[in-house]
Design a protein. Structure first.
Length: 326
């Protein structure tokens, strides 16, 4: 067994990690790795990182983002975004040891759940995650292209849903009319945070100020491109949609955006604001040449799934995996 020592990743590890990532994936991820490490090292309370070293050589690594309140999950969760081992050391158990080190740090932070995602067709990664105790989570990834919809979308009655998803009463206007003619939608900015927190509190009955403070920081400063939106009625914030898209290889915009949260004030139930926000988001992403948008929904959330299917979302080929850490 290779003798390893562990430490947190540092900004000056960027070149080593990028070199390993590029060999594993066959494409450049230099920009993503450099930016991720810059954010993680400057916000250590929101990340867990692990560098596995043989002597002074970095041969394995893992990045996990600490989230609280994502997709209706109560309490903090560590989400493993990246794990890698240099190609000449693969198969020697280093990946498992990196996972165990991340779990050790999670216990110190009283975090009991580790999550990740992988393509179900990637048998190597699904086999690896299974071997370290991951199981299928009770939620799924759904996605759609960013071509704006023109068909009518029937909305459904109010019900509290995952991650402040809010869907409203029966709508009689078509998708384009709602977004372009009926609802004022603009870019989200930092001054909107108090209004977003108030709407979220109306929907959940909770004060999640800390969660949204981190979410605003991520959306406005850490994400490569700002695409989050709010809706207004006579100067009053009535709804919001928070999404992120980053730069990929060679400064190009990533092909996929992630939709994290959408919420509408209950007083505006039935007005079509949720649909309008989603419609404008798709238009903006399409203009940026982002090809698709994905989100995560709990298996039991039938109403949300029905709404999103009506908006063209379909099952992704990605699996959500989870592991309890005790």
């Amino acid at each position: 067994m290779i003798d390893l020592k562990y430490r947190a990743l540092r900004q000056d590890d960027s070149a080593s990690v990028s070199e390993i990532e590029n060999r594993i994936t066959g494409s450049s991820r230099d920009g993503f790795i450099e930016k991720y490490l810059a954010i993680a090292t400057s916000s250590s309370e929101s990340f867990i990182t692990c560098a596995a070293l043989s002597g002074e050589q970095l041969i394995g690594y893992g990045f996990a983002r600490i989230m609280d309140g994502e997709f209706g999950v109560g309490g903090p969760v560590a989400v493993l975004d990246v794990i890698g081992v240099t190609t000449d050391a693969q198969g020697s158990g280093i990946g498992k040891r990196v996972i165990h080190e991340i779990e050790r740090i999670m216990k110190l932070k009283n975090i009991c759940t580790l999550r990740t995602q992988t393509l179900w067709t990637d048998q190597r990664m699904t086999g690896f995650f299974s071997s370290v105790g991951f199981e299928l989570a009770a939620s799924k990834i759904i996605e759609r292209d960013t071509i704006p919809l023109s068909e009518k979308v029937t909305e459904i009655s109010y019900k509290k849903m995952d991650s402040v998803w809010q869907v409203h009463g029966v709508g009689k206007n078509d998708y384009e009319a709602l977004s372009r003619d009926k609802v004022l939608v603009r870019s989200l900015n930092m001054e909107d945070m108090a209004s977003v927190v108030r709407i979220d509190s109306k929907l959940t009955g909770l004060d999640r100020s800390a969660y949204f403070k981190n979410k605003f920081k991520e959306m406005l400063f850490e994400s490569g491109i700002r695409v989050s939106l709010v809706s207004e009625d006579d100067g009053i914030i009535t709804g919001f949609v928070m999404a992120r898209v980053d730069f990929g290889a060679f400064g190009k915009v990533d092909k996929t955006a992630v939709l994290d949260t959408i919420g509408v004030h209950p007083a505006y139930a039935g007005s079509g604001i949720g649909t309008a926000l989603l419609s404008q988001l798709l238009i903006n992403l399409s203009t940026l040449q982002v090809a698709s948008v994905r989100t995560q929904v709990h298996d039991d959330n039938y109403d949300l799934q029905r709404f999103l299917r009506g908006c063209g979302f379909r099952h992704s080929q990605r699996l959500v995996l989870t592991k309890s850490v005790s």
